[in-house]
Design a protein around this ligand. Structure first.
Ligand SMILES: Nc1ncnc2c1ncn2[C@@H]1O[C@H](COP(=O)(O)OP(=O)(O)OP(=O)(O)O)[C@@H](O)[C@H]1O
Ligand SMILES: [Mg+2]
Length: 592
């Protein structure tokens, strides 16, 4: 911008200088011409006057001394050199040089003209006075006859000195004009470039996306108009940028919070974008992915091959991706080519959906159906077998009839229990179970449970004890609490040999209580500890089935505890006994 100002100012000065120089030269020339014109007309007038007052008698008499006096007088009054020349060109008198020394002047231009009756003028070097001289000659009449010429000469040097003085004066004047106009020119340049500088600065800010600065130029001129347009443009751009940023934020929020993983690969195979879910699914960090080539990022051959396919055929595809590290995952993967507005291929978008849990639930469901049908089949087969045997004739033997009917009764009871348990479990799993939460006095709950299992305890001669604080109250569904403890205590009795011990320990914490149902029974092998809560899982299938167990009890207990927002776990030493821990919160705010 400084350069523009300098160029403008320099341009102004140059133009002004040129104009002034031309004007100066023209003026000087004009002045010189005018001066010479004025001088020659003055000389002409003087010559005329002299010719009028000329004593022609002295000329006729050739009285040189009178003539000499005359020319001297005229010359003294008018500064010019006066020469009198006769018709033949002979010099009769001269105010500066002796007439005898002077040659014939007949051929001098001004004399030639004057002898023709006109005023003669000539500007030339005088050999007599050795100066540039202006000559004016007028004809001299004696009684209307041309008698000679009166010539006046004036050294041009004098005129030139005057012209030079004038030149100097003019130069000073022009210099002042020049300085003034240069100053004004530079002010005008500054006035012009100042706003342009401001506009440039603001425009530069706009390119750096700093929209705050505004140009403050008032007025009506083109530059003010430009400033207004730039301000308007800046405002509009700011609005648009804000809009773009908002949209980007919305998009990135959506992408970030999406459960599905999204990855964008550009046409060169570099990853442009990856959201949080995609990083979780692939077990990578943002830095592992962004800007890297997909082939170096994923070691999974399937995924690489699919991406390559989309690159090659520009067609979308969908597949199930199996990942094994760090854990096994099944990922529903959709790939689609991306095109720009001109339909040119610009990359691939990959959408990943972790369906491991869905697949696991599907498997559990199908396992459950298989297990349930298997479990149901056993008592049904048994009932059918005994019924057929009875029908085949055994019913006529009273003893057999009695014992078979007892078996059939037992099996149908087992069938009933199985169906009840399955229904119960499915109700709990589908969250259809409604809990009636109220404050439960734990000591009374456990007393009710003991009443329920009293006969079993007595049958096996098992000692029971519990250490529940008398004032312990927790918020829960009392019937479900009883169901939990009945299941645990029945198991403890079932898997404890005769004369063993079963007891309940209680640990009361600030807002939680941990109950432990303990026994001195057979215990659970280490490898089975994690699985006892699975549906239909039994450690010793034959014995458990013999004892009438379905393998659903602990699965139901686990669901019930979890629906109370509690936890259940087990510790056990094989051959020594087991401890089933149930942690429950005292105040179950989550229900309210
Ligand atoms: N206190 C315990 N001591 C030793 N093993 C146990 C104990 N409680 C449970 N188990 C083991 O865990 C398995 C699963 O128990 P669960 O209560 O779910 O089924 P179940 O007792 O066999 O049948 P039911 O559905 O009739 O209760 C049992 O078969 C048994 O092997
Ligand atoms: Mg059980």
């Amino acid at each position: 911008m400084k350069r523009l100002r300098f160029r403008l100012t320099a341009g102004f000065i140059l133009v002004i200088m040129l104009v002034l120089i031309i004007l100066g030269i023209y003026n000087a020339k004009l002045f010189e011409d005018t001066y010479i014109d004025t001088l020659s007309s003055r000389l002409e007038k003087e010559a005329m006057l002299i010719s009028k007052s000329f004593n022609w008698e002295s000329m006729i008499r050739k009285d040189y001394s009178t003539l000499a006096r005359q020319v001297e007088t005229w010359s003294a009054s008018g500064e010019a050199r006066v020469t009198i020349i006769d018709r033949e060109g002979t010099v009769l008198a001269d105010s500066e040089v002796s007439y005898q020394e002077m040659e014939n002047h007949r051929s001098r231009a001004e004399v030639v003209q004057a002898l023709q009756g006109e005023t003669g003028t000539s500007l030339r070097y005088s050999h007599t006075t050795s100066k540039d001289t202006i000559y004016v000659a007028v004809p001299l009449y004696v009684k209307e006859d041309l008698a000679g010429v009166i010539r006046l000469a004036y050294p041009i040097q004098l005129a030139k000195t005057k012209v030079h003085q004038l030149w100097l004066g003019q130069f000073v004047a022009l210099l002042i004009i020049f300085l003034l106009s240069s100053y004004i020119g530079s002010r005008i340049a500054k006035g012009l470039t100042g706003p342009i500088e401001k506009i440039t600065e603001v425009a530069r800010d706009i390119t750096r996306q700093r929209f705050g600065t505004k140009i403050s130029i008032e007025g009506k001129g083109e530059i003010a108009e430009l400033a207004r347009v730039i301000n308007y443009m800046s405002e509009n751009l700011e609005k648009q940028m804000r809009q773009i940023r908002e949209n980007e934020k919305k998009l990135s929020d959506v992408l970030t919070n999406m459960f599905s993983g999204v990855i964008l690969v550009d046409q060169h195979g570099h990853i442009l974008l990856s959201n949080r879910a995609s990083q979780q699914i692939l077990n990578k960090t943002q830095a592992d992915l962004i800007g890297r080539s997909y082939s170096e990022v994923t070691k999974n051959l399937d995924l690489r091959q699919w991406i390559e396919e989309v690159f090659r055929y520009k067609k979308g595809l969908r597949n199930e991706l199996h990942l094994y590290y760090p854990e096994e995952k099944i990922v529903d993967t959709s790939l689609a080519p991306l095109f720009d507005e001109y339909n040119a291929f610009v990359g691939v978008v990959i959408v990943l959906h972790d369906i491991t849990e869905i697949r696991r639930l599907e498997k559990i469901r199908s396992d459950f159906v298989a297990n349930a049908s298997h479990e149901l089949k056993t008592p049904v087969t048994s009932i059918r077998g005994f019924t057929e045997t009875l029908l085949d004739g055994a019913m006529y033997e009273e003893e057999l009839l009695h014992s078979f009917l007892q078996i059939i009764n037992k099996e149908s009871e087992r069938l009933q229990r199985l169906i009840d348990d399955i229904l119960d479990l499915s109700k709990i799993e589908q969250k259809k179970l409604s809990l009636e939460v109220k404050p439960c006095h734990m000591e009374s709950i456990i007393n009710d449970v003991i009443l329920h299992v009293q006969t079993d305890l007595e049958k096996k001669g098992i000692q029971f004890s519990s250490s529940i604080p008398g004032d312990l109250v927790i918020e829960a569904d009392p019937d479900r609490l009883k169901q939990i403890f009945i299941n645990l205590i029945v198991n403890a009795i079932q898997y404890t040999p005769e004369n063993g011990k079963v007891w309940i320990e209680t640990e009361v914490k600030e807002d939680k209580v941990i109950f432990a149902v303990c026994d001195t029974g057979v215990g659970i092998p280490k490898q089975d500890l994690r699985r006892v809560f699975e549906r239909f899982y039994r450690v010793d299938k034959a014995r458990s089935r013999h004892s009438g167990g379905t393998g659903l009890g602990l699965a139901i207990v686990k669901h019930l505890v979890e629906s109370h927002h509690g936890r259940i776990w087990v510790e056990s030493v094989e051959g020594k006994g087991s401890k089933f821990f149930v942690e429950l919160t005292k105040e179950n705010k989550k229900f309210s």
